[in-house]
Design a protein. Structure first.
Length: 271
């Protein structure tokens, strides 16, 4: 039996075990997938212990994605650009670090929400770790441009500058967002966690696809987008399942079907 897991703190809420067990059923693969709570100051020790217990792969969630980046011997281009790792695979004693978050979002937008990103104007709100993880995979799809707005303007300017080698990104302050509609609005701030709503201008979401990286049936951002006449509104559950599918493929070389798992979670789990 292959042994996988997710290391985090907290980790109790994680839907990853359920998702990976569903993927495994599709291919008749026997695997275990457990939640591993690590002390915040002992990620390496926790990871090493899990590896010596026979695991050859695991996911990493908050707050350890940067620790995992430093822990890996070798990094994929996505992990390098993100500066963070959410998937580790051990092969021939080499620890490989990958980041599937951004490609997971792109797959959800393209496959499940049937959006094309090419030539689109995309506003991303937030300039923290989540945004860093999604910028390169989105820019690889050749949007017209990414507008990057953040409460602390300096952070969005810095990030825009850093990622401009991959495509057009303009950084500015959240208070400088114009009410002019864009094609896609992505909330990559952590504001939904504490239930606060961002102060955004009216008309921004008119006719747009509005996407919250957080999952949950109705985040404050999603409620606001609905009032602001957004065309399509989505939480980040599809991204969660898509990033898991890419981790599964990284470990086992098989591409699981994601839609049935997204539907199953919506049915079974009170998000
Ligand atoms: P994550 O890894 O989830 O991106 P992070 O790196 O702590 O977390 O970044 C959180 C992001 O959410 C930041 O862009 C933060 O803005 P600041 O850089 O100005 O702190 C943004 N954020 C969090 N709460 C917010 C709020 N209430 N309004 C606006 N932006 C908020």
């Amino acid at each position: 039996m292959r042994k996988f897991g997710v290391i985090g703190n907290p980790v109790d809420h994680s839907l990853s075990p359920m998702i990976h067990h569903e993927f495994a059923k599709e291919f008749d693969i026997e695997l275990s997938y457990e939640k591993i709570l690590s002390p915040v100051d002992a990620f390496n020790l926790t990871a090493e212990k899990f590896m010596s217990s026979g695991s050859s792969g695991f996911n990493i969630t908050l707050p350890f994605k940067i620790n995992a980046y430093n822990f890996a011997d070798d990094l994929t281009d996505e992990a390098k650009a993100a500066g963070a790792v959410n998937t580790i695979k051990i092969d021939n004693n080499i620890i490989f670090g990958e980041n599937t978050d951004g490609k997971g979002l792109v797959n959800d937008l393209e496959r499940n929400l049937e959006q094309t990103l090419r030539d689109k104007e995309i506003l991303i709100i937030g300039a923290g770790g989540a945004t860093r993880g999604i910028l390169k995979p989105i820019l690889d799809k050749n949007p017209e441009k990414i507008l990057l707005a953040n409460r602390t303007k300096e952070k969005s300017l810095r990030l825009a500058n850093e990622f401009s080698e991959y495509g057009k990104v303009c950084g500015f302050g959240i208070d400088q967002i114009k009410s002019k509609p864009v094609n896609i609005v992505i909330n990559a701030t952590s504001s939904s966690i504490d239930g606060t709503m961002l102060n955004l201008p009216k008309g921004l979401c008119e006719g747009a696809l509005c996407y919250d990286l957080m999952y949950g049936s109705e985040t404050p951002f999603m409620k606001w987008a609905l009032k602001d006449s957004a065309l399509i509104i989505s939480d980040g559950l599809g991204m969660l399942v898509e990033q898991a599918a890419l981790s599964f493929e990284f470990w086992l070389g098989k591409k699981p079907s994601t839609r049935p798992v997204i539907n199953l979670i919506r049915e079974r789990v009170d998000l």
